[in-house]
Each structure stands twice: as structure tokens, then as C-alpha cells.
Design a protein around this ligand. Structure first.
Ligand code: HEM
Length: 294
């Protein structure tokens, strides 16, 4: 297996920080990216490159495309692209702060910081609604098959595509729902994580059941709860060897096929949405050979 950034396949860390950057007008990204690759090893910091940056580098990655936006019945799925995404992973908030500073300095001449989101593990890997998240994730070889590009050549093999969305929960709305309605909206029982036998078609796990798609739509989800002073929710993160599986799931969630929207939209909304291509690693460093030509 070609080397994927190790943070992609590792379990979600206790603490994380997501940074996005845009390219400055006339910014010269090559040197900044090489400086970033001195800091970002793919384990403590997973890096993704957005389409606008790929274009600025004169590079086309097969399968990379703009994030789709949708209007559902009473909700939007926004597309908020960025040039660069860094997922800092750790267990010491101070280290994450200093790592963010180092990344900001490395990128400074060419990039402008766009957003910073602090995230954390909740309990045994639960969403802030209390539901276990990640149960049906593929593991081992199946995770590699779902998430990692293979057979495309050096510099591409080991890479992965990622879909990232920041969701904001309406806890008052969620708490006004009965326990049964809450379970039905996910399709699992919060108490013991058991999948409900008779969940409605709007239940989230009915909408997204990976085996129910043709072809099957497996992704590796590494979502984490986030919070700031006034709001909280989930940073949804899904890695795939292509963006097709995520896109098929999202399409069903919004009801584009059958008019049935995912019951999640009763209490949560995405406020961002972007795709990134995450280069492979070589000798513990980001392998940028296809994007930064020597
Ligand atoms: C706030 C947003 C979301 C929350 C709170 C959430 C929560 C959950 C929970 C609790 C489960 C059940 C346990 C598990 O298998 O992980 C689940 C399953 C799943 N979710 Fe989400 N999710 C969210 C957004 C999304 C989005 C945007 C997608 C993809 C477009 C997605 C794709 C999936 C998939 C593929 C499964 C597993 C389905 C299966 O094969 O059984 N989720 N999610």
C-alpha cells in the first residue's frame, strides 16, 4: 500500500483543530507548501489541497471537482471552497495552538487564514447529541480500499479525497423531540447504539446505508464535535478514494432522488462544505511531487 497520510486511517484524536486558508492575490504557493511539508507529517497534521490551489499550481487531479450545493425543503447545503485545509490532531491544546502558529508562519507569505475550528472527542466517540458516530466505518483493508487512491501512479497512489462540512446543531430543537423521535431521526437507539429494525426512510442511517448504493458507497468518516463560545455541532469529515461515495450519500440526504430529506435536518445544518485532495506521504513528509514540480 502506498503511504497515505497516517492521520487519515488513525482513530480520531482527543483534540483537533481545523484550519483553512485562501491564496493571496499573486501569492506564490510553491515555497509556502514546501515550508508546510517541513511541519505537516500527515499524522499530527493532515493536509488537503483545494481545487483553486491545484489550479494555481498548474495541476489537475483526476476526480477533483467543486463541492456541490443544494437547496432542500427549508435548508441549504452550502459550498464554501478553500485553497488549503489542515487538520491538526493531538491531545494537548497548547501544542495545537503552537502548531497552528507555525503553520500560519510557514504559509504566511502566500496564504491568508480563513477559518479556525476547535474540535474534541466526546465520550466514546459520540456526536454532541449523544449518538455513537463512526460505528459502520470500514476498518483495516476495507478502510484502505474505501479511502486510498491506488493504481494511479507515483505521487497519486496513497492520496485521498476528503469532504468537510461544519454542522451547527440546534440543541433546543433536538431536546424538544421525544427520545423515540430522536432515535428515529438517526435510526439507532442512543442507549445501546442498536440499529432500529423499523426506522423510517428519513432516518439518517437509512439514507446513508453504504451497502444500499450501486456501487456500494463506503467512506472513512473521521468527524469530530466542535464548539465555540456560542455554538456547537459536528465537523463532518469523510475520506474516499474518490468523491463519488460521499456525493451519492449527500444526494440522498437532501432528498434529491425521492423527495425524502434526512431527519438530521430537523435539528442540524451545514454552514460550510468543501473538497480537498490530500497528497500521499513519502519518508514521513508530504509527497508533493505532482503539485510542486522541481
Ligand atoms: C451533523 C451531521 C451528522 C451527524 C450528527 C451524523 C451522525 C451519524 C450517526 C450517529 C451515525 C450512526 C453510527 C455510524 O455508523 O456512524 C451515522 C452514520 C453514517 N453517516 Fe452520518 N452524521 C452526520 C452527517 C453525515 C453526512 C453529511 C454524511 C454523508 C454525506 C454522513 C454519512 C454517514 C454514513 C455513510 C453512515 C453509516 C451508514 C451505514 O452504512 O450504516 N453523515 N452518522
Amino acid at each position: 500500500m502506498k503511504a497515505v497520510q497516517p492521520g487519515v486511517l488513525a482513530p480520531a484524536p482527543p483534540l483537533a483543530r481545523y484550519l483553512t486558508f485562501t491564496l493571496r492575490p499573486r501569492g506564490e504557493p510553491r515555497r509556502a507548501l514546501l515550508a508546510l511539508s517541513e511541519i505537516a507529517d500527515g499524522a499530527k497534521c493532515v493536509v488537503g489541497i483545494g481545487e483553486s490551489l491545484l489550479r494555481a499550481l498548474g495541476c489537475r487531479i483526476e476526480g477533483m471537482r467543486p463541492f456541490p450545493s443544494y437547496a432542500g425543503v427549508g435548508f441549504e447545503i452550502p459550498a464554501t471552497p478553500a485553497a488549503l485545509w489542515c487538520w491538526l490532531r493531538g491531545n494537548d491544546r497548547g501544542e495545537l495552538v503552537h502548531c497552528s502558529r507555525a503553520i500560519g508562519q510557514a504559509l504566511g507569505p502566500a496564504f491568508t487564514p480563513e477559518s479556525t475550528i476547535d474540535a474534541f472527542r466526546h465520550g466514546s466517540g459520540r456526536d454532541l447529541t449523544g449518538y455513537e458516530d463512526g460505528t459502520e466505518n470500514p476498518h483495516g483493508k476495507k478502510a484502505v480500499a474505501a479511502a486510498v487512491v491506488d493504481g494511479m501512479g507515483d505521487g497519486l497512489d496513497g492520496s485521498t479525497f476528503v469532504a468537510v462540512q461544519q454542522w451547527v446543531h440546534d440543541f433546543e430543537r433536538f431536546e424538544s423531540m421525544s427520545a423515540k423521535e430522536q432515535d428515529n431521526s438517526i435510526g439507532r437507539r442512543r442507549r445501546d447504539n442498536k440499529e432500529l429494525d423499523h426506522a423510517p426512510p428519513s432516518a439518517h442511517v437509512k439514507r446513508t446505508a453504504q451497502e444500499s448504493f450501486t456501487p456500494e458507497a463506503f467512506v472513512v468518516r473521521r468527524s469530530m464535535p466542535w464548539a465555540d463560545a456560542t455554538r456547537a455541532g459536528l465537523v463532518f469529515v469523510a475520506f474516499g478514494h474518490s468523491l463519488d461515495a460521499f456525493e451519492a450519500q449527500l444526494k440522498r440526504m437532501v432528498g434529491a432522488e425521492d423527495g425524502i430529506a434526512d431527519a438530521l435536518f430537523k435539528f442540524t445544518r451545514p454552514i460550510s462544505g468543501a473538497y480537498f485532495w490530500c497528497p500521499p506521504v513519502r519518508k514521513g513528509r508530504l509527497d508533493l511531487r505532482v503539485v510542486v514540480k522541481k
